[in-house]
Design a protein around this ligand. Structure first.
Ligand code: NAG
Ligand code: NAG
Length: 594
């Protein structure tokens, strides 16, 4: 029964994921159709400094006047992903009717106290912008602007008090919304701010399904550079796989030939063995279980899970335009992580059993909790800071519990089942050579054959194949652009995996040829060092490409970056390690071991 449940065809997996997402996602599944003079809700979402995308606050954190009672604020019920991304939609109660034009109507009026004036001035100086939603379409505007005053000689803060909302519609649907701010008023103590708005309606023939296209920056994402980099990486893959194949074929054939010859001839065998150096000498050591087997099992298991996870989330996002709905991709990621825990357990359990580890429960616990545990730790820290700042980036307690329950009741049991099945089905030790009782010493080698040098060199090529894509991903994540080219991303992930596997195989070959038989962790390090370069790139990006300031934003930048790099390190590490392990088994299979 249980076994059958986990070998369902792929579309059933997709179905489960989509069903869980729609359960967890926001229930705003309206049909977006309006008639007559239906009321349309204008939601206010968040405000924050333009340069700090994660430093966001509730719209009414700024002392805007409102014409409803504080405790009567109507909130839109957000899904898991929407809340985790720091959204909180409040009904602005600004009256808008379908096709009903409004000419300069008053929203509310307020007299600025000293305290409110200085809050507004500070916000305008830090370029606060805000986000509104109308029929699930976002629009953005700045709170105010800094310019030379009429009377004053110096720069002073002006606040926009008039909003012009242009809406275009096609029959019964809203297609496009524009927000323009107007009527800047000097912010000073005692000033009276009268907020007004105008709504204009225009007819259009743009079909409903194309209404999100204007948010996609085609000229940025489909720039020549992007295509060129994909092409470049692709050529690199061909070149690299060819190179690996040629080098290994030639070297191995030569090695085998020499070995076969000495096999016929006992004297030359003796001579060859005494003279010979290289990977064959360490056959009695390479299959020895590595130090820290539990940790390696957890890393390889989690890494395989993350590889599956990224492929399935990317495939899922290619099938539908999920960027149109707030938070859906994040929800998909969390749900898919929980569901793919089975894979993590399966690989980790099998790997651990094959190396005759005895503490399989320990390995299973570590597999289930390593990545989620570290991410949760970082998130907890960030959350504490966000609460301290009263930022919207703080996640409410209920949503934290939801994530924890998802882990405890879906992820953890699946990991356990995976481990048990992995131990039973995937655990036959198929090592071609027996392990010697006493480990041979590892000879000293020149610096470029030491493990750390090989590891550092190993990350360069995979990083080279992804770093243009990194620029696009970072820019959309930290720079308010909607990432929509998931086809590119899929290609880049596949290229990354192939390049990582090739590079790790070459690196492991060099290591074994230097008679260093401690290849397990080194091959994991060769492949995961890509993440080290990505971390360096992220540092560069932070310093030179963004203008983030403040503790909150800096912590969020480096917190998110370290989660991303950890995930990347585990994923690449597992891919490289699996490639290296099958390579090692292959080359020793044709060698007489004793
Ligand atoms: C809107 O009305 C206010 C007074 O209520 C006036 O000060 C303002 O100039 C008007 N704005 C426009 C754009 O007509
Ligand atoms: C919104 O602004 C864009 C660009 O300025 C313009 O092309 C479009 O027609 C505007 N839409 C509406 C509804 O005014």
């Amino acid at each position: 029964m249980i076994i059958q449940r986990f070998f369902l065809p792929q579309h059933v997996f997709a179905f489960i994921v989509l069903a869980s997402i729609s359960l967890l996602a926001s229930a705003s599944q309206r049909d977006h159709k309006y008639a007559g003079d239906d009321a349309i809700t204008l939601w206010v979402n968040k405000v924050g400094p333009y340069n700090n995308p994660q430093e966001t606050y509730n719209y009414y954190y700024l002392p805007f006047c409102k014409h409803f009672e504080d405790d009567k604020a109507e909130h839109s019920w957000g899904g898991l992903g929407e809340v985790l991304q720091g959204n909180e939609l409040i009904n602005s109660e600004i009256g808008i009717k379908f096709q009903g034009a409004v000419k300069n109507e008053t929203i509310c009026s307020q007299k600025l106290s000293k305290e409110h004036a200085s809050t507004f001035i500070d916000a305008i100086e830090r370029q606060y912008w805000y986000e509104l939603f109308l029929d699930d379409l976002p629009m953005w505007g700045f709170v105010g602007e800094i310019k030379k005053g009429v009377k004053e000689r110096k720069e002073v803060a002006y606040i926009f008090t008039h909003k012009v909302i242009d809406i275009s519609y096609n029959n019964d649907r809203i297609i496009q919304v524009n927000l323009t701010s107007d009527n800047a008023i000097l912010v000073e103590e005692g000033a009276t701010l009268t907020f007004t708005y105008t709504v204009n309606w225009f007819k259009t023939t743009v079909p409903f399904h194309r209404r999100f296209e204007r948010y996609l920056d085609y000229s940025f994402f489909e720039h020549k550079i992007h295509w060129f980099s994909i092409f470049n990486s692709f050529m690199m893959v061909i070149f690299l796989t060819g190179l690996v194949a040629i080098i290994l074929m030639r070297t191995l054939r030569k090695d085998y030939a020499r070995y076969a010859k000495s096999d016929d001839d006992m004297e030359s065998l003796d001579r060859d063995l005494t003279e010979e150096s290289g990977w064959k000498l360490v056959h009695g050591d390479v299959f020895r279980p590595p130090q820290g087997l539990v940790l390696l099992a957890a890393c390889v298991g989690t890494g395989s899970q993350l590889a599956m996870l990224s492929l399935s989330v990317i495939l899922l996002t290619i099938t539908g335009n999920y960027f149109e709905e707030r938070g859906t991709i994040l929800t998909a990621f969390i749900v898919c992580y929980a569901l793919t825990s089975f894979i993590g357990g399966f690989f980790s359990g099998g790997f651990y059993a094959r190396h005759e580890g005895r503490f399989w429960i320990r390995a299973m616990l570590l597999t289930a909790s390593l990545f989620p545990g570290i991410c949760f730790g970082i998130a907890f820290l960030l959350n504490t800071i966000a609460i301290f700042y009263h930022s919207l980036a703080a996640v409410p307690f209920g949503y934290i519990m939801a994530v924890l329950l998802l882990w405890a009741f879906i992820s953890f049991p699946l990991c356990l089942i995976g481990t048990v099945l992995g131990r039973n089905w995937n655990a036959a030790p198929d090592f071609p050579c027996r392990v010697k009782r006493i480990p041979s010493p590892v000879p000293e080698r020149s610096w470029y054959l030491r493990p750390w040098a090989i590891c550092l060199a190993g990350g360069l090529l995979p990083f080279g194949s992804i770093f243009i894509e990194m620029y696009f991903i970072f820019t959309s994540f930290w720079g308010y652009k909607v990432y929509y080219v998931y086809g590119f991303m899929l290609l880049v992930v596949l290229i990354l995996m192939i390049v990582t596997a090739c590079v790790t195989i070459v690196g492991t070959y060099f290591l074994l040829n230097a008679e260093n038989h401690l290849w397990h962790w080194t091959s994991f390090g060769i492949s995961s060092s890509t993440a080290f370069y990505v971390a360096l790139y992220a540092l560069h990006y932070f310093l030179f490409k963004t203008k983030m300031t403040g503790l909150l934003q800096t912590c969020f930048y480096f917190g998110y970056t370290s989660m991303f790099c950890l995930g990347l390190a585990l994923m690449c590490g597992a891919v490289g390690y699996v490639a290296a392990a099958s390579f090692v088994r292959t080359i020793y299979r044709n060698v007489k071991c004793d």
